[in-house]
Design a protein around this ligand. Structure first.
Ligand code: FAD
Length: 366
């Protein structure tokens, strides 16, 4: 069955390109016409879509857009009206869009207006028995659903980190963009955007696009070989490492629970950082676990971490039992201090908050 595919995206905060997850979703959407023999149209939304349309013009699709100052910031009424207009402007049986916060807010409402159906948090689109098939995980990533639907239009919202992004090739010339007019009434602009309130930059520890997930366990707050805790040192060391490596920060349940009980622990660590059965299941190419035992309810959250390494004093910890590719049986305070020194040398960045401890080496298990 041939399908008319509409790929939707909005420009990112810079206004010059699309969010990363949109390029990933475009890579997936652009394969569908090859598989089904239909057409691909790209629909863009933003204050000004010109620069962003250059980044996707080599996808070879007809581009339609809604733009203007009313569409600069996310707002349900104007965003939903714009996306509805894009969907009505071209024949579309399948609508693929990135699961950004902006689109996640409106897409179910738009699907309802078009008498369509929607599935969200999708990780993969493919073909089974000649039919379009979408996949998503349920029950804390334990069950994978394989979904097919007869209803059209079918809206498909893609999760990030699941596909290689569409690679923009060098483009020459100007993209041809057909602008769609969307009438805006005063009622639609009653909600006003007044600004972004974001956490301090050193508190933004969750970075979904990072190549590395750095996990801190409760061991960082426990008594060390000198019989004392070294929480301040641990805090400075972890922040230095995140600063120099650009890694995303995860935590074990034991560590984030301590933060919740107002104990003297790492203040930048919240339940949002928790990885595991009752936490998150982030997607990163690599993971480094430190001072974390590697018990099953934690490691189940590492399902989508491809290459895993751990540092633990205990050669019999969970990581040693087939849960990590490499276990360094070592003191994480020493290893991370040494790593920070190496990263500092490489980057020539600002002075480290931590003193570099002498590194006595460690044994390595594979
Ligand atoms: C229903 C259920 C759901 C759960 N969900 C989750 C979840 O989502 N996420 C989660 O994390 N847990 C979860 N847990 C809890 C989980 O089973 C573990 O209790 C928790 O992961 C332990 O955290 P930890 O490894 O940081 O702490 P600990 O078990 O206390 O381990 C600390 C480790 O640090 C090491 N260490 C100490 N000092 C150093 C040093 N200087 N250098 C190197 N290593 C050092 C020690 O050897 C030790 O292995 C769940 C449990 C249950 C029952």
């Amino acid at each position: 069955m041939s399908e008319n595919i509409l790929f939707l995206a909005h420009v990112d905060e810079s206004g010059s390109k699309l969010p990363n997850v949109a390029y990933e979703a475009l890579a997936t959407a652009s394969r569908l016409p090859v598989q089904f023999g239909g057409s691909l149209t790209i629909g863009l939304l933003g204050a000004n879509v010109e620069a962003a349309s250059h980044t996707i013009m080599t996808a070879g699709a007809h581009i339609i857009a809604v733009s203007g100052p009313d569409f600069a910031q996310p707002r349900y009424a104007t965003d939903a009206a714009a996306v509805e207009a894009l969907c009505r402007a071209v024949p579309c049986s399948i609508v693929v869009a990135p699961g950004t916060p902006r689109f996640s807010r409106i897409m179910a409402g738009v699907a309802l207006r078009l008498n369509g159906r929607i599935d969200t948090h999708l990780t993969e689109l493919g073909v089974e028995d000649g039919k379009l098939t979408a996949k998503r995980w349920f029950y804390k990533q334990r069950l994978e659903a394989v979904i097919q639907r007869g209803s059209r239009p079918w809206f498909l919202l893609m999760d990030s980190g699941c596909a290689e992004p569409w690679a923009a090739q060098n483009s020459v010339g100007e993209p041809q963009v057909s602008m769609i007019d969307v009438p805006i009434t005063p009622e639609m602009t009653r909600t006003r955007f007044t600004g972004i309130r974001s956490p301090r930059s050193d508190a933004q520890t969750i970075r979904p696009d990072a190549k590395l997930l750095f996990v801190a366990g409760a061991g960082w707050t426990k008594k060390q070989s000198d019989g004392k805790t070294h929480v301040d040192e641990a805090q400075a060391m972890i922040l230095d490492f995140l600063h120099h490596s650009g890694a995303s920060l995860g935590g074990s349940k034991s560590l984030v629970d301590q933060s919740g009980e107002n104990q003297a622990v790492l203040p930048f660590m919240t339940h949002l950082n928790q990885v595991g059965q009752t936490g998150s299941t982030p997607r990163h190419p690599k993971g480094l676990s430190t001072c974390c035992h590697g018990e099953e309810p934690h490691v189940v959250g590492w399902r989508f971490i491809n290459e895993r390494r751990a540092i633990n004093l205990d050669p019999n910890c969970g990581w040693a039992r087939g849960k990590a590719d490499v276990l360094y049986v070592a003191d994480a305070f020493q290893v991370i201090a040494r790593l920070n020194a190496l990263l500092f040398e490489m980057s020539g960045g600002p002075a480290l908050a931590t003193t570099v401890a002498s590194f006595s080496g460690c044994s390595r298990m594979q």
